[in-house]
Design a protein around this ligand. Structure first.
Ligand code: UT7
Length: 323
C-alpha cells in the first residue's frame, strides 16, 4: 500500500494590507481591543476583481518556485474554500485549467476552517487506496467578500489568503493517522447567511455575510481541540514531549493560549498566522507553516500536529513529519 508524503508547500495573500486602525474609522472599535481580544495586528483583503481562484493559482506558483516541483501530472485537485468564485465551475477546475494540468479529477471541498485538514486526510486516503498518486490540496479564501463590515464583532477578524500542498505516493510517507469530525448541532453558531430563507426556523437575509456567535465557538473550540490534541498524539503513538510544533487553526490567540493551558503544551512551540494575516479560515494552517519555514523555525524531521476547526461545526487534524 502506497504511503502519503507531503513534498511541497506554498502560500499567497493579496497585496492590500488592512491595519486595525482602518476598523476604528468604520465601526465602534479600537486597535487596543482587537489586539488584546484576538492577537490580530493586520490582514490582507482581495481587490473586488480578485477571487479565491486567483489566490489559489498564486499559492501553487509559490509552491512551484520554492520546491521546483511540477503540477502537470497531478491526478487529483482538491480545493478547500467557503468563498468559491461561483458555485460552478469549482475553483479546483479553474486551477486545473489555469495551471495547464492534465485531466486530473478536480472538486471543491466545503469544511470551513477545517477544510485544509479534511483535504490532507482525504489525499492520504485516496493514495492508500491506490486510485491517485499525486494530489494537489489547496485552501483558498476571500472572506472579505462575505464579511459584514457593519458588525464589529466579526469584521475585524477575517483576512484573505491561500495555501497549497503537494501530496504524493511514496514508499515512506510523512502523514500520520488523522481525524475528521463534525458537530452539526452548532451550525447556527457560525454560518454564511443568504443561501436559505430560514436556518433553524430563524429568517435570514439574502445578503451573503458571515454570522458568528463568537463566545460559543470559542468555548467549543477550546474544549474540543484540547481533546483532539490528546487523541491525535495517542493515535500516532507520540508523547507530548516528542512533538516539535502544534499548528492549530489560527482564529484567536486567546484560543491558542487556552488550548495550550488545557493540554500543557508550550505556547512558544505553537505556530500561528493570525497576527499578520487575521483569521484566513482553511488557509491559516499552511500560512502558519510557510511563515515558520521562512523564519527557519521548522527543521527537517520535526513533528507537527495540525488541527483545524470551524463552521459546520467541523474539525480535522493529523500528525506530519516535516520533509
Ligand atoms: O474561524 C472559525 C472559528 N471562529 C472562532 O474560533 C472565533 C471564536 N471567537 C472569538 O474569537 C471571540 O469570541 C471574538 C473575537 C469573536 C469575540 O471576543 P470575546 O472576548 O469573546 O468578546 P465577546 O463577544 O464576549 O464581547 C465582549 C465585549 C462585548 O461588549 P459588552 O457586551 O461586554 O458591552 C462586545 O460587544 O466586547 C464587545 N466587542 C467589541 N468591542 C470593541 C465585540 N467586538 C468588539 C470590537 N471592538 N471589535
Amino acid at each position: 500500500m502506497a504511503e502519503a508524503r507531503i513534498t511541497a508547500i506554498g502560500m499567497a495573500v493579496p497585496e492590500t494590507k488592512i491595519t486595525n486602525r482602518y476598523f476604528e474609522k468604520i465601526v465602534d472599535t479600537t486597535e487596543e481591543w482587537i489586539v488584546s481580544r484576538t492577537g490580530i495586528q493586520e490582514r490582507y483583503h482581495a481587490r473586488p476583481d480578485e477571487y479565491s481562484s486567483d489566490l489559489a493559482v498564486r499559492a501553487v506558483e509559490d509552491m512551484i518556485r520554492r520546491y521546483g516541483v511540477s503540477v502537470k501530472d497531478v491526478d487529483l485537485v482538491i480545493v478547500s474554500t467557503v468563498t468559491p468564485d461561483q458555485p460552478m465551475p469549482s475553483v479546483a477546475c479553474r486551477l486545473q485549467y489555469r495551471l495547464d494540468m492534465g485531466p486530473a479529477g478536480a472538486f471543491d471541498l466545503y469544511a470551513a476552517c477545517a477544510g485544509m485538514m479534511y483535504g490532507i486526510n482525504l489525499a492520504k486516503g485516496v493514495i492508500a487506496a491506490g486510485s491517485h498518486r499525486k494530489v494537489l490540496v489547496v485552501a483558498s479564501e476571500t472572506l472579505s467578500k462575505v464579511t459584514d463590515f457593519t458588525d464589529r464583532t466579526s469584521c475585524v477578524l477575517f483576512g484573505d489568503g491561500a495555501g497549497a500542498m503537494l501530496i504524493e505516493a511514496a514508499e515512506k510517507g510523512n502523514v500520520g493517522f488523522g481525524i475528521t469530525g463534525s458537530d452539526g448541532s452548532g451550525g447556527a453558531d457560525l454560518y454564511i447567511s443568504g443561501y436559505a430563507d430560514f436556518i433553524d426556523g430563524q429568517p435570514v437575509t439574502h445578503n451573503r455575510k458571515i454570522v458568528q456567535n463568537g463566545r460559543k465557538v470559542f468555548k467549543w473550540a477550546v474544549n474540543t481541540m484540547s481533546e483532539m490534541f490528546e487523541k491525535l498524539l495517542a493515535q500516532n503513538d507520540l508523547k507530548k514531549e516528542e512533538l516539535s510544533w502544534f499548528v492549530p487553526h489560527s482564529a484567536n490567540l486567546r484560543i491558542l493560549e487556552a488550548i495550550c493551558a488545557e493540554t500543557g503544551f508550550p505556547l512558544d512551540r505553537t505556530l500561528e498566522s493570525l497576527v499578520n494575516y487575521g483569521n484566513t479560515s482553511s488557509a491559516s494552517i499552511p500560512l502558519a507553516i510557510c511563515q515558520a519555514l521562512d523564519q527557519s523555525r521548522i527543521k527537517s524531521g520535526d513533528t507537527l500536529l495540525l488541527l483545524g476547526f470551524g463552521g459546520g461545526l467541523t474539525y480535522s487534524g493529523t500528525l506530519i513529519r516535516w520533509m
